[in-house]
Design a protein around this ligand. Structure first.
Ligand SMILES: *Cc1c(COP(=O)(O)O)cnc(C)c1O
Length: 383
């Protein structure tokens, strides 16, 4: 057995990030400044999109996207039950009502057929999540959005490197929203980014993200003299700091190199687990690019003789950190109480949520770490 616990999703931090953060600290400019601007430009370039706004989280970005669409109480936004709670909470905090549409059990992505069943006269938007970095069926989703005149917010928290038929994830809809949380593919500690092809929308997002003020604070105190600011609407405090962007700038430079490493680990797992009685991630659809953010297996007690939760405990005992992405949204008491949602009404998301286990797939893993994960899975499932 390993000596050291393998922390799930531990980020790969290198000297370049460390030096850039120290540079920010020494410059005295910690808040939103030139490094945020550079990170926004670098990210927009990577996504082949003209406009971007850096924020302090993806959750903030999802919330501002809903606010910027002008959603009102009574408006409905359709999203997936197989996501992190932030996708749903962002809709709630904008005043709109979330509506769930079940997933495709193979891809774990929202099923367009289920979306169409949930459309009412109050539906205003669709908020799909590219689960694990696998692109949603965007042809079908765009067709529905156009047919019913719906806005589209893509939750791209897993999907920085994702592509669908030659187009990059986050460029299909009104807004694409990304996360740089510590376990994600590019990290800033906490952080997020919104991209859009609409310049006015991104300027509105920037105003909303900093109290509704007309000028960025970092321009207020520049050497060109003090400038008054005016508050145009009651905004939020969602701006990214230069210290965060300092990390992101160098992380983004390694995004493709790290993607290749995760692809290697993904293929090694596929090979190693081929003869086990567990479901592995579905094959990657032609003409798409998977971001390899999560490697999820399904542990079905009827086939393996061990429950998912006992498998989690056994992996932890083998000193392998694992994750669960995710218990389906209707499993949580708040949503049951507020919306009357029940897990069995979304049977595919319920089943995945109760059987899924995410194995470590960070670019930081050594070949030895990967073999330790494989050995632990074998030991537990062959016993
Ligand atoms: C991580 C995550 C978020 C939230 O990202 P933060 O940057 O932590 O706010 C939202 N949606 C999904 C699907 C996520 O995985």
């Amino acid at each position: 057995m390993r000596e050291q616990f393998l922390v799930f999703g531990s980020p790969q931090i290198q000297q370049a990030e460390i030096e850039e953060v120290v540079d920010s600290l020494k410059s005295g400019w910690l808040g939103t400044g030139p490094k945020v601007k550079q990170f926004e430009e670098d990210f927009a370039k990577y996504k082949s999109t003209p406009y971007s706004a850096a924020l302090n989280s993806c959750t903030a970005g999802l919330h501002l996207s809903c606010v910027a669409l002008g959603l009102q109480p009574g408006d409905e936004v359709i999203t997936t039950p197989m996501t992190f709670c932030a996708s749903v909470n962002a809709i709630i905090h904008s005043g709109a009502t979330p509506v769930l549409a079940d997933i495709n059990p193979k891809t774990f992505n929202i099923n367009p057929v289920e979306i169409e069943k949930k459309i009412t006269p109050n539906t205003r938007a669709i908020l799909p999540v590219h689960f694990a970095g696998r692109p949603c069926n965007m042809d079908a989703i765009m067709t529905i959005a156009q047919k019913y005149n719906l806005a589209l917010i893509e939750d791209c928290a897993h999907a920085i490197e994702t592509e669908y038929k030659g187009a990059k994830a986050g460029t299909f809809g009104d807004f694409g929203v990304f996360s740089f949380y510590v376990t994600k593919n590019v990290i800033t500690g906490e952080g997020g980014m919104i991209i859009s092809s609409d310049e006015e929308r991104i300027s509105r997002i920037k105003v909303l993200g900093l109290h509704g003020m007309s000028r960025h604070a970092w321009q207020r105190f520049s050497d060109s003299g003090y400038k008054h600011y005016f508050v145009h609407e009651a905004g939020y405090k969602y701006n990214m700091m230069d210290i965060q962007a300092a990390i992101g700038i160098h992380q983004l430079k390694r995004v493709e190199q790290n993607w290749l490493r995760r692809q290697e680990i993904w293929q090694r797992y596929n090979e190693a687990f081929a003869d086990l009685a567990i479901d592995l991630p579905a094959d990657i659809e032609p003409d798409t690019r998977h971001a390899y953010h999560l490697y999820s297996i399904l542990v079905d007690e009827a086939r393996t003789g061990i429950s998912r939760d006992r498998f989690l405990e056994a992996m932890t005992a083998e000193k392998i950190g694992i994750g669960v992405h995710y218990l389906s949204i209707p499993e949580h008491p708040h949503y049951q109480k507020t919306f009357g949602w029940r897990p069995k009404d979304y049977p595919h998301a319920m089943k995945v949520g109760r059987e899924t286990v995410s194995l470590p797939i960070s670019a930081k893993l050594t070949d030895g770490d990967v073999e330790d994960v494989i050995a632990a899975v074998y030991k537990i499932l062959k016993n």
